[in-house]
Every structure is written in structure tokens, then in C-alpha cells.
Design a protein around this ligand. Sequence first.
Ligand code: FES
Length: 123
Amino acid sequence: MVEKKRLEIVLPDWDDDEEEKAPEWFKTTIKASQVKSDRGTVTHAGFLKVALFRLRDGIVAIKNACPHAGAPLSGGSCRGELVSCPRHGWAFNLRTGACLTRPIFELRRYPVKIKDGIVWVAV
Ligand code: FES
């Protein structure tokens, strides 16, 4: 007679809901005056690569990876509050994060503050 063994599966304690973690502020190496309105400026906030863009009333920070297929949005063309992805041309609103081409996609945005002329980003 064959003895059946029971397998016990232990799942790790998943913690994949980044939205609920309190953001941590990181000082970047970028001066606020270096951020331009016609192109993205790449920097790091901790280990995360972010792209900074200047809007009329301030600076926004987004994850420097297109939500479609990961192209660096810092290399996209900018017009007002819109950036176009350099790979497939999808358009995103930098202020709201909305994708104008495929509305189910959205930019990952991060809070920004300027302290002593230096850009800080919370991720
Ligand atoms: S990678 Fe950005 S639109 Fe495809």
C-alpha cells in the first residue's frame, strides 16, 4: 500500500500593495533650475529612476518607465502638460497621469518638493 503524503504549501507574506506604504523623501542630485519644460530630466529617488518635468506651476516626478512597455518617458517629446512616449507615441498628461491613447494605463507619479533649490521626491 502506498502512503499518501500531504503537501503543505506555505505562502510568503505578500506585501505588494506599495500604495499603502508611507512615502519616503529622497534628495535628488538635481537643482530645480535644471528641470526644463521641453524635456524630461532623469534622476534617482532611492533606487527608483524618475523623470522630472517642469509644468507652468511646478515640477512633477514620474516613474521613468512607460506603463505600456517600459520605454524611458524622459526621452519623450513634451508639449505643455503632455509627454509622448518615444517608443510607440502614446500620450500622457503629466499633471493627472492619465494616458490619452489608452485610458486604462496611467503614469506612476510621485510627490515633489523643492528645498534649498534642490528637488526632493517621495517614493
Ligand atoms: S512603450 Fe510607451 S507607448 Fe509603448
